[in-house]
Unconditional design. Structure first.
Length: 560
């Protein structure tokens, strides 16, 4: 807790909130303040407008004016050139006679003239050999790859496409309506005269390369693959790299760098026999094809059976729960036909990769992150440790009495810091439990299979157990202090018992909010004027009621 609810956050704190750099507790406090403060909401809108102007300036003005990157060096194969040159010299008797003619016993002047001409000619031949050899090798390798692909039966391919702004999965050979982002990428390839219909193929790569007036090739031979890289200044596509598997010359990966600084990376996904979740705007299950693994069969069914109404959503929630992404990460889970859409804004790149890691293996799941403020290569900024306000210079009467009872300011600071930490952790769990109840209502639970119902309630019990543990820590630490300053338990207002754990989670969150507010007053974080009556006594009662609500929710979450 903090006094953010009472005073306006500074611009720096609002900027960190917009950039997703605040901790879960701080972000929740700022969000709660913004819901009640129109002045700060207007300030946030101004900051968002300024950020948008900066992004547009960088994209439309600054980026186009930057010079292109320097051209990479081609591979210099000195051993091969030396061997070929030695063989050629051995086969030509003319060079032997010339060497004899230029020996020290012959005319010295003529010898030096002819020697200089020979050296120049030799350098010219060497430079041409070094320049043309990679082109010849790349052309021959691509031709073999094209012939190998033509011998394989036609099949659908699933490509994971990564750009600066996120990832999506595209299925080659299936008709669909492309999303806006895919349309933008297609325009880049069309402007470069590169076939977007099958971009990760030797045919498309070779066709683009042949129409270039000038270009340079570089080939890297790895244990299980070849990397062909072509660079040019005569196309909107300045650099293209294609990885071919050594065993059958099947394309595995590709990277494409454009003149406007955009880049696109592609990886073929294999080893998933279910229908892909989406052809665009997300990431589906599967894993990248490995260099040493032969291609497997992959067939996209025209029609698939209707997935379970709740099983797939529960799988997603369970996977996020294992990662801890259901405890404050700004994620939304929704249905789009037969697909489960997981979307989020303001997720740092490292966290995006973790979420992709647990969700990409699930079928019928689309992961969509849309935040241009986080390019793929960005490193999330670590937020500063949250500061405590309970031990500030202006303490309430309650805080002063607690400090006196604890024996001084350092003891009060340790006490308040521990209590606030436990309260933050408990509130995170209370919000997560309520969110789970909103995602799967009581009516939806009644339609689930027994296995899905057990999975749902297991998730709820884990959140509730963590909440009860932290809430009990708070009560065990605070209640003796409250009793020492004269607090007593008041009679709580009677309320009807809820019929389902979903409604009980709402009551639990309401009671937790009440206890959190009273704790802020008692510790001096919020002024005493915000509560009527004896705040310590009310806090004592609220903590007792909170324990009762948690026990009530636990009974309702038990297996049926």
């Amino acid at each position: 807790m903090s006094n953010l609810d009472l005073r306006h956050p500074e611009d720096g704190l609002l900027l960190r909130y917009l950039d997703g750099e605040l901790s879960g507790r701080k972000a929740r406090q700022v969000r709660t303040h913004l819901e009640a403060c129109s002045q700060c909401r207007a300030q946030v809108e101004e900051l968002e407008g300024a950020i948008g102007e900066c992004v547009r300036y960088r994209r439309n003005v600054l980026a186009p004016s930057l010079p292109p990157p320097p051209e990479p060096w081609g591979r210099l194969d000195f051993e091969r050139v030396h061997a070929e040159l030695a063989a050629e010299l051995a086969a030509q008797s003319l060079f032997v006679r010339l060497a004899r003619f230029l020996s020290p016993r012959q005319n010295p002047g003529l010898r030096w003239v002819l020697s200089g001409a020979a050296v120049l000619a030799l350098c010219f031949v060497l430079v041409q050999q070094l320049r043309e050899t990679p082109k010849v090798e790349a052309a021959a390798l691509l031709q073999k790859a094209v012939l190998a692909s033509q011998s394989r039966p036609p099949a659908h391919k699933r490509l994971r496409i990564t750009t600066r702004t996120g990832q999506m999965t595209r299925v080659i050979g299936v008709a669909y309506k492309p999303a806006a982002r895919e349309t933008e990428i297609a325009r880049l390839f069309d402007a470069a005269h590169y076939d977007w219909n099958d971009p990760l193929s030797a045919q498309s790569y070779a066709a683009w390369r042949r129409q270039l007036p000038h270009f340079q090739d570089a080939i890297v031979s790895l244990p299980n693959s070849y990397d062909i890289k072509t660079t040019t200044e005569d196309s909107e596509l300045l650099s293209a790299t294609l990885k071919l598997r050594t065993s059958d010359l099947e394309p595995l990966e590709g990277r494409f760098e454009f003149r406007n600084r955009d880049w696109v990376e592609m990886t073929e996904l294999v080893d998933q026999q279910t229908n892909p979740a989406s052809t665009v705007a997300g990431t589906t299950g599967g894993m990248p094809r490995q260099p040493g693994v032969p291609p497997g069969s992959f067939n996209v069914a025209v029609e698939t059976a209707e997935p379970s109404a709740f099983s797939e959503e529960l799988q997603v929630v369970s996977a996020l729960h294992q990662l801890g992404a259901d405890l404050g990460d700004p994620l939304e889970i929704s249905r789009e036909g037969q697909q489960v859409l997981v979307s989020g804004t303001g997720i740092p790149p490292q966290r995006q990769q973790q979420i992709h890691g647990v969700l990409d293996r699930l079928p019928h799941v689309v992961v969509r992150f849309d935040d241009p403020a986080f390019p793929a290569s960005a490193t999330p900024v670590q937020s500063e440790p949250a500061t405590r306000d309970a031990a500030g210079p202006e303490k309430s009467t309650y805080a002063a009495r607690i400090e006196e009872r604890l024996g001084g300011r350092p003891q009060f600071e340790r006490f308040s810091s521990s209590v606030l930490d436990w309260t933050d952790s408990a509130m995170t769990r209370a919000y997560a439990l309520r969110r789970l109840a909103q995602q799967f209502s009581a009516a939806a639970e009644n339609q689930m299979t027994d296995e899905d119902r057990r999975t749902l309630r297991k998730l709820g019990r884990e959140h509730l157990a963590a909440f009860a543990k932290d809430a009990q820590r708070v009560a065990n630490t605070v209640n003796p202090i409250l009793t020492g300053i004269g607090a007593g338990v008041a009679q709580p207002e009677p309320r009807p018992d809820p019929a389902a754990w979903q409604s009980a989670s709402e009551d639990l969150l309401a009671s937790a909010r009440r206890a959190e507010t009273l704790l802020a007053i008692v510790l001096g974080v919020a002024p005493a004027e915000t509560a009527s009556g004896n705040a310590p006594a009310q806090l004592f009662t609220a903590l007792e009621q909170l324990s009762s609500r948690a026990e009530q929710c636990r009974r309702l979450l038990a297996d049926r």
